[in-house]
Design a protein around this ligand. Sequence first.
Ligand SMILES: Nc1ncnc2c1ncn2[C@@H]1O[C@H](COP(=O)(O)OP(=O)(O)OP(=O)(O)O)[C@@H](O)[C@H]1O
Ligand SMILES: [Mg+2]
Length: 227
Amino acid sequence: MTGGSAAGVSYFVTGTDTGVGKTLVSAGLLHTLARQHRRVVGMKAVAAGGLMMVDGVFVNDDVLALRAASTCRVPAELDNPVLLREPVSPHLAARYEGVDIDIAHIVRCHKLLLTLADAVVVEGAGGFLVPLSSTTTGADLAQALNLPVLLVVGLRLGCLNHALLTAEAIAARGLKLAGWVANHIDPLMLAQAENIAFLQQRLAAPLLGVVPHQSAPDARSVNLTLP
Ligand SMILES: Nc1ncnc2c1ncn2[C@@H]1O[C@H](COP(=O)(O)OP(=O)(O)OP(=O)(O)O)[C@@H](O)[C@H]1O
Ligand SMILES: [Mg+2]
């Protein structure tokens, strides 16, 4: 695993669900890593959905957010090797386009990125077991990349179950949960501190940061303490 070795630093960022703050935290992680490493780059391995830019280029907004937090620019084929049109589960978006999501190809792109940058942050799609095809999931991708995993817990009712399930799935794949981040996505959630305290006791990995709810989320304000 390349948490922090001579081969470079790399993390796989997953979340308790889609829309829990993986991109915000991944961008925050890039800013954090950029304090120690000159060249940091984000990778959105599989993206589903996007927008057409004025120059006619179709791009995913997570990719744009990760690029904004990266300190080096790489070809789009590397920082977003799979870009699907429809904003649905990747296995469906891929089926609609008649393409296969090739995990081995993504691993090759990641290896190349590690030659172009000192630190690479890979943001997963959706939750950890998001389907990539009728037989593969995001967990297969994480396993093939063999990276330490950072879990973003979107604090809302139900997140304890989702966090424990995800931690079990990560361990079942033989991967290391490097740490987790508590993200206050729901300002009205009850018992926020108690939920964080529970996960601090139950997850076998350090709490790397607590992200407050922000009216205008800013990745630079995400404070993470890396293991
Ligand atoms: N701490 C926060 N305070 C306020 N809004 C937040 C916070 N974290 C995330 N959000 C908002 O929630 C939405 C989802 O966040 P984000 O895009 O980072 O999630 P994600 O897990 O990357 O989603 P996806 O599965 O689509 O990649 C965004 O609009 C983001 O700005
Ligand atoms: Mg995202």
